[in-house]
Design a protein around this ligand. Structure first.
Ligand SMILES: [Zn+2]
Length: 454
């Protein structure tokens, strides 16, 4: 071959490989996601019309009907409301809290922790002991803690780049603080909000009691409120803290996971699940956490339909119920899968906000993992190149027992905890293009997993 024709041949080869069918379809998926606002519009409707949709509430069940209706309108092959028995906790009236020192009373923003008991009508007032961790409780002992309110004030570690790791590192104060403090006779617990932001939003979240230890009420305080309380205590150890919450628990009730499905053409019995959770804390609108994950998951199916892609396997969009409180939705989904002997080929969870997509975390057997991580090359043109080992999520986690590869959608994570579980988690905080790029990344990922038999 002459040099010139060799050169032409190489050029043709590059052109052929540069635009494989997969790359063309990924481009079409991005184009579709970036020029359509259906999912964003539906997120607005969910946020504005279905606020307060914490597990077991009438609001949550109205959100279930809204999502099921959306899926029906999109002509999916099958839509199902899968019943789930869920806990029912009621927040009650708006919480009030005050710092009182040297005759000055200052109101501070607090939010009852999910599943906490209330203080009763009268509220609760006591002096305060500030600690950073459970070890300090041991050191202080009953004599310094009994009859007091324990104030857990350890911040999320700001030096960690992985904010989810920082969240995990501070989370025991919220989930276990009341039990640990009650062991030493505390009468209530105030926990510094789990956020990297300095603001006036309390960030709630679930806590748990232990049946053998007295139950005491627990609230989250905004980070600015926590800083003020800490400063006031340093100046005056006699500082009093008072709060009033009227939360309580009702018997379990019935709610639903919502399932929308497109049947596979070659292997319809093999199921690929992509989902997020529909329940959300009542303090905000549950926009990033996790209305966005739901709408992006449904968008994956809409895009597949719109582009006429015929998936080999059955693709399911899942709106899981009860991620925030007891994770009964994810457990029930796996339980039903086992009862029906379903074949779960792959699962993707979107529950880390709808910020700029960075990549995917994947847990899979080594041979499959390697091929899945190699999909990164398709995403590089879109600035999405963070494909890492280790993925999953609370809702799809129970599918792991079937050997199903589990993955998580990973968006940029520095701003997520500004909004997480707070009144700041509103539709307005979700950026249209970041949201669309996330949907595109998820749809492309699911398409490539299915297409490549990975
Ligand atoms: Zn969530």
């Amino acid at each position: 071959m002459k040099l010139k024709s060799l050169f032409t041949f190489v050029l043709l080869l590059i052109a052929a490989t540069a635009f494989s069918q997969e790359e063309k379809i990924v481009k079409a998926i991005f184009d579709e996601a970036l020029t359509d606002t259906t999912a964003y519009h539906n997120l607005r409707l969910l946020c504005k019309n279905h606020k307060g949709r914490i597990t077991g509430t009438p609001e949550a069940n109205k959100a279930v009907d809204f999502v099921a209706e959306l899926m029906q309108q999109m002509n999916f092959d099958r839509v199902e409301k899968q019943p789930v028995t869920v806990p029912r906790w009621v927040r009650g009236e708006a919480e009030k809290a005050f710092i009182e020192a040297v005759g000055v009373k200052t109101e501070v923003p607090v939010s009852a922790l999910g599943m906490s008991i209330g203080t009763g009508e009268e509220g609760l007032q006591a002096s305060v002991v500030e600690v950073q961790n459970f070890k300090e409780l041991e050191t202080l002992g009953i004599k310094n803690i009994a009859g007091k309110i324990v104030f857990f004030n350890r911040p999320m570690d700001p030096t960690l780049i992985n904010t989810f790791a920082a969240y995990g590192g501070a989370g025991d104060q919220r989930s276990q603080g009341a039990v640990q403090a009650a062991r030493f006779g505390a009468v209530g617990v105030v926990v510094r909000s789990l956020t990297t932001a300095s603001d006036n939003f309390p960030h709630t979240g679930v806590m748990r009691y232990n049946d053998t230890i007295p139950k005491i009420p627990a609230v989250a305080i905004s980070t600015k409120g926590a800083d003020l309380l800490s400063k006031t205590l340093k100046n005056n150890s006699e500082t009093q803290f008072s709060f009033r919450t009227t939360c309580y628990q009702l018997p379990d009730s019935v709610s639903y996971n919502v399932i929308g499905e497109i049947k596979g053409s070659d292997f319809p019995e093999q199921i690929i699940t992509v989902g997020g959770h529909l329940d959300a804390w009542e303090t905000g609108e549950g926009a990033h956490d996790d209305g966005a994950g739901i709408m992006q998951s449904i968008e994956v199916l809409r895009i597949i339909r719109e582009l006429g892609i015929r998936p080999k396997r059955t693709i399911r969009a899942l709106a899981f119920m009860d991620e925030e409180v007891a994770q009964t939705g994810g457990k029930e989904y796996a339980r039903q899968a086992e009862l029906k002997n379903e074949n779960h080929y792959f699962a993707l969870e979107a529950d880390r906000g709808a910020y700029m997509p960075k990549g995917f975390g994947i847990s899979a057997p080594d041979d499959r993992l390697e091929k899945m991580l190699a999909l990164q090359k398709y995403f590089e043109p879109y600035g999405i190149d963070d494909f890492v080992k280790g993925g999953g999520g609370v809702d799809i986690g129970p599918l792991g027992k079937f050997g199903t590869p589990l993955s998580s959608f990973i968006p940029e994570m520095q701003r997520y905890f500004d909004v997480h579980h707070s009144g700041y988690d509103t539709f307005e905080q979700v950026h249209l293009r970041e949201f669309q790029l996330g949907s595109a990344a998820m749809a492309s990922f699911i398409y490539l997993i299915d297409k490549g038999d990975l």
